[in-house]
Design a protein around this ligand. Structure first.
Ligand code: UDX
Length: 433
């Protein structure tokens, strides 16, 4: 099929490449000339394992092109809208200006029978509103909402081989066209759920709300463990054996961040309040509050470890991205912790395998190094905030030899406390006595 993908960020660049990989003829469109230049040259504009390979092979096949000119969407039958829906500057709601602009800019280029497919995460009701806009200006075109569930770090795999496909449609012809787009994925056995617009929009925010709730649940247990001497990781292992609960997403630590979970739960609360059903998801405010308290807890542990004041002490912050295998620092708990410690007067040195450029752009006041050893050398405290494999594999004896004082806060509960204590460390985890 001929496909256009509007928006070439974390979602769209991967989607465009993956659609070409599935055999379609794809044009990726973005207003950012620098990003389009990089993509044309086969360079991923952000770190995502496997993306460079898929991008290069799709470009070489001639099936994938990139442009800043929306007019090149003309001729495609399916137009994916994959632009961002960040948190609005002045409220908790989602900023839909990019989605609205993308759909508006597409309208003059839509042909009869074309399908506009929303992939961005939007407040429930958006698809119905945009279907009205499409119907008014391009009466022979259709609209579907096909939410994306990809995880950064696994984005290529999650796009080509997702857990499920969800189509929010108002027309059987839209279902047939999406089946053609995803023919290979469906033939591999991926389940597909066909719904109305509102259900498809809600599936996405409900999934993210559930995941955020699961993480905050275990972090709430960590808070209780901290005042009772219990160990939250053992607790998670024990309850996780119950297959109704499951062990995944029960890792207590500094909490969730990134470009999705935090803003999606806030936007869900804002939308529910608009709909007069704020009380139904009011618990998500508590989920958010528990999550933010974990950052306070790490800062408090650092103050305690440094004898009451971090002022003048060197602190090595290991990791700055919101999770490993990503360069994304949007709403990163790790970056937040680094900024807080700097605000408390510590000499903070941040290291990370992929996230330094993005972090430096946001917080130039922090010191950054690519060398883990340099960050740790003569440090009074190390704080492991993002569980990159290179940090979880650190040898405590070697680290003790580098630091001025062997103290570590394991804010992801990924280190073996006994091994670190044996190497002379004062070790603290979260919710682990
Ligand atoms: C998430 C959803 O998983 C994905 O389906 C959706 O499409 C977009 O949002 P992503 O933001 O890439 O994906 O990250 P995810 O792997 O879900 O992790 C989110 C955050 O939760 C990270 O900061 C991670 O460190 C944290 N987390 C995850 C925990 O703190 N504990 C856990 O047990 C799991």
């Amino acid at each position: 099929m001929k496909i256009s993908v509007i928006g070439c960020g974390y979602l769209g660049a991967v989607h465009a490449s993956a659609m070409a990989e599935l055999g379609h003829e794809v044009v990726g469109i973005d207003v950012d000339e620098e990003k389009i230049g990089q993509l044309r040259a086969g360079k991923a504009p952000f770190f995502e394992p496997g993306l460079t390979e898929v991008l290069s092979s799709a470009l070489a096949s001639g099936r994938l092109t990139f442009t800043t000119d929306i007019a090149h969407a003309a001729g495609a039958q399916v137009h994916f809208v994959a632009v961002g829906t960040p948190q609005a500057r002045d409220s908790q709601a989602a900023d839909l200006s990019y989605v609205d602009a993308a759909v508006t800019s597409l309208l003059p280029h839509l042909g009869a029978g074309d399908l506009v497919v929303g992939k961005s995460t939007v407040p429930v009701g958006t698809a119905a509103r945009l279907a009205g806009v499409v119907a008014e200006h391009a009466p022979d075109a259709m609209l579907a909402w096909n939410p994306e569930f990809l995880r950064e770090g696994f984005a290529v795999r999650d796009t080509i081989d997702p857990d499920r496909l969800v189509y929010g449609v108002a027309d059987d012809r839209a279902t047939a066209m999406l089946d053609e787009v995803y023919a290979q994925t469906i033939s591999n056995g991926t389940p597909r759920v066909v719904t109305d617009y509102a259900t498809a929009e809600l599936v996405k925010v409900a999934a993210n709300a559930f995941l955020a709730t699961k993480i905050s649940f275990i972090n709430a247990m960590a808070e209780i463990a901290e005042v009772t001497g219990a160990d939250v990781t053992q607790l998670a292992d024990a309850i996780g054996h119950d297959t109704r609960i499951g062990r995944r997403f029960l890792n207590a630590g500094v909490g969730f961040g990134g470009g999705c979970l935090p803003k999606d739960i806030r936007a869900f609360v804002a939308r529910a309040e608009e709909l007069g059903r704020g009380e139904s998801v009011a618990f998500l405010k508590e989920v958010d509050a528990i999550n933010m308290r974990r950052r306070d807890r790490v800062a408090d542990l650092a103050i305690e470890a440094l004898g009451g004041s971090p002022f003048g002490h060197k602190v090595a912050v290991l990791g700055v991205t919101f999770k490993p295998h990503s360069d994304d620092v949007r709403d990163s708990p790790a970056l937040d912790v680094a900024v807080r410690l700097k605000g408390l007067g510590a000499d903070v040195v941040v290291t990370d395998p992929e996230g330094l450029d993005n972090a430096r752009g946001r917080h130039p006041q922090l010191l950054y190094t690519e060398m883990t050893e340099e960050a740790l050398r003569f440090a009074d405290l190390a704080v492991l905030v993002t569980e990159w494999p290179e940090y979880t594999a650190l040898d405590p004896k070697a680290v003790a030899g580098l630091m001025r004082t062997p103290r570590i806060i394991d804010a992801r509960n990924v280190l073996d406390p006994a091994a670190w204590r044996e190497a002379g460390f004062a070790y603290s985890g979260l919710g682990r006595n």
